[in-house]
Write a new protein. Structure first.
Lengths: 349, 262
């Protein structure tokens, strides 16, 4: 029999093309985001500026100082949340897992808010230690909640969807009350930050922040991509994966840490932008199929694309005012989640 | 050889497996029989390396399981579990290719795909290769997972690899029950695989196995050729049956007719 003749027929574009298409769409969205805003620039100017050509000092300022850090932060945060969502769904063998829904983002936001409000003195000393403090605490908060949800949703070596979502509700409520309590103790200016932590924003993007987030998400991305094979095997169940030689305990712990790193770093800088970790992997699964070799990178690209598009819309729809990006993602994400729940219920009966 | 020596498995205060010694020999098909709750699945899990506390009492090719890394063990033995996840979004072909994971560690190569196809042919899965597992019937899914287990040890070193099957025919129609057990026996004889299969139908077990091991209350009550074990008082006692055994002149295999003891 010819080895090539009976390959898996694919629906939609070939697998590798899917990644290129998503990447191309992302580049298009980035250029569009850089071109649009209070001052509209021609796309050609943006492309020339990105290629290092002089396009005039005003356009340079707008692109390099005002818009690019923000758009890049969107790309990094979206990629981080997309891959964290895909990894979490693989880890829990459950397509409804999302770092936001199960409270990982809130845990990170609570830890970050605690640093901002309680650790004001430590932050004001400045220096690298102070700027590293925020992402590190957010990472710790995310790691703690990921481990908590993971432990709470497991029963007899299996993860239960109901337990996961219910413990997510509890953790979200707990974190929100914690953030509320901190703000009660904080100053007026800090209270205004409440919307930042709960609804998210890319407005505070700075180059140091972008670099810190890129480092954290880059590490998480690179290491999670290497777990694609074991995550595929894990889909069969923990015992079956172990029979195939997967060190299940190590894999679980590594995924928890990497998901927390990715979500913690982005949440520290963007607040909680909901539902990206849910929608991006579903979009990616539709385009690239369930195998994690393609699903993980496709989820990262889809997440980046969604966040950049959502942020462009948030900046321009009610210009000169600005919508919180989390409002937009929730507006589309929540009905999407309801749809997934209904479809799942239909499958079960 | 895959062996347990003086194996005990506890669940709280209860002894699920009580001082069991058993050898799964290469080139031999062994059927593990016994009443419900006898500890058959627990014994199979202990031999698979699933039960951490049992890893000192079980050895594979002379090495205690404790000292064999998981990745290496996966190239030496394949396990077909009784229950499989039924809502998998992978195609049958992808699931069978996962059986090659210990050998490729990530993406299956052309060789792995060819092995997966050959394994699927043995359990009659070619026609459903591109269907999602979640859309297959229970029996079809069982055959897909059997093909995965076969693919895992397809090129195992003769005499040094093992296939552990927990009720492989429970969900299958009668034709596939025969085909699957015949296939397992043929792997044992032609590839020198050591096969252990848990089988409830005693006549099927006696028809295809080279050796029967009877487990009851966590202990081995009988171990030997099918004819001896079916005739043994231990079997009648373990199941509470009145048994009559004769030889099928066509296959020369023992046949059992049993009814509950008065």
């Amino acid at each position: 029999m010819n080895l090539r003749s009976v390959e898996l027929p694919r629906i939609g574009p070939p697998a590798s093309l899917t990644l290129w298409l998503l990447a191309a769409a992302l580049i298009g969205a980035v250029v569009h985001a850089l071109a649009s805003g209070a001052v509209d620039l021609p796309a050609a100017t943006v492309v020339s500026a990105l290629l290092g050509q002089q396009v005039g000092s005003d356009a340079d300022l707008v692109i390099w100082t005002l818009r690019l850090p923000r758009v890049l932060l969107g790309v990094i945060a979206g990629a981080g949340m997309g891959i964290a969502g895909a990894a979490m769904q693989g880890l829990m063998r459950n397509p409804l897992a999302d770092p936001g829904l199960v409270g990982v983002s809130s845990g990170a936001a609570l830890a970050a808010a605690a640093v901002v409000i309680l650790g004001e003195r430590a932050m004001s000393t400045g220096g690298w230690a102070a700027s590293a403090l925020l992402p590190l605490t957010a990472f710790a908060g995310a790691a703690l909640t990921t481990a908590l949800v993971y432990a709470a949703s497991r029963r007899n070596g299996r993860s239960s969807v109901t337990l996961m979502l219910l413990s997510g509700i509890a953790i979200n409520a707990l974190a929100m009350s914690g953030i509320g309590l901190l703000l009660f103790m904080g100053s007026d200016a800090q209270v205004r930050q409440f919307t930042f932590w709960t609804l998210g924003s890319l407005a505070g993007a700075t180059w140091p922040g972008v670099i810190a987030a890129a480092a954290a998400v880059g590490v998480a991305l690179a290491l999670l991509l290497r777990k694609a094979g074991p995550l595929d095997a894990l889909a069969l169940g923990e015992a079956q994966a172990a029979h195939l030689g997967v060190a299940v305990g190590t894999l679980n712990r590594a995924c928890v840490v990497l998901i927390a790193l990715s979500v913690g770093a982005t949440t520290a800088l963007t607040g909680t932008i909901g539902f990206i970790g849910l929608i991006a992997p579903h979009l990616a699964r539709r385009l690239a199929g369930p195998s994690h070799h393609l699903l993980l990178p496709a989820s990262a690209l889809a997440g980046a694309l969604l966040v950049v598009l959502a942020d462009s819309a948030a900046r321009t729809w009610v210009s000169p005012a600005e919508l919180p990006i989390g409002v937009l993602t929730a507006l589309f994400g929540a009905p999407f989640f309801m749809l997934l729940l209904r479809r799942r219920a239909a499958q079960e009966h | 050889m895959l062996s347990a020596r003086h194996l005990c498995v506890m669940a709280g205060q209860r002894r699920l497996i009580d001082d069991v010694s058993i050898d799964v020999r290469p080139g031999e098909m062994l059927a593990l029989i016994g009443p419900n709750g006898a500890g058959k699945t627990t014994l199979l899990r202990a031999l698979s390396g699933d039960i951490d506390a049992a890893c000192d009492a079980v050895s594979c090719n002379g090495r205690p399981l404790r000292h064999i890394p998981a990745a290496e063990l996966a190239t030496l033995r394949a396990v077909h579990a009784q229950h499989q996840r039924s809502d998998l979004d992978y195609t049958a072909r992808q699931v069978v290719a996962l059986g090659r994971f210990p050998h490729h560690g990530g993406r299956p190569g052309a060789d792995d795909r060819a092995i997966a196809r050959a394994a699927m042919a043995l359990t009659g899965c070619e026609a459903m290769a591109d269907r999602l597992c979640s859309t297959l019937s229970g029996g079809e899914q069982a055959r897909v997972h059997l093909a995965r287990a076969l693919a895992q040890i397809w090129r195992g070193t003769p005499g040094a690899h093992f296939l552990l099957l927990d009720e492989p025919v429970a969900a299958l129609d009668i034709a596939w029950q025969h085909r699957v057990l015949a296939c397992a026996r043929d792997r044992a004889h032609s590839r020198m695989t050591g096969v252990l299969a848990i089988v409830h139908d005693l006549n099927l077990a006696a028809r295809y196995a080279d050796r029967l091991v009877l487990l009851a209350d966590g202990r081995i009550r009988a171990d030997g050729a099918p004819f001896e074990v079916l005739q043994s008082a231990a079997l009648a006692d373990a199941f509470g049956l009145d048994c009559r055994v004769w030889i099928d002149p066509h296959t020369s295999r023992p046949l059992l007719m049993a009814e509950p003891a008065a």
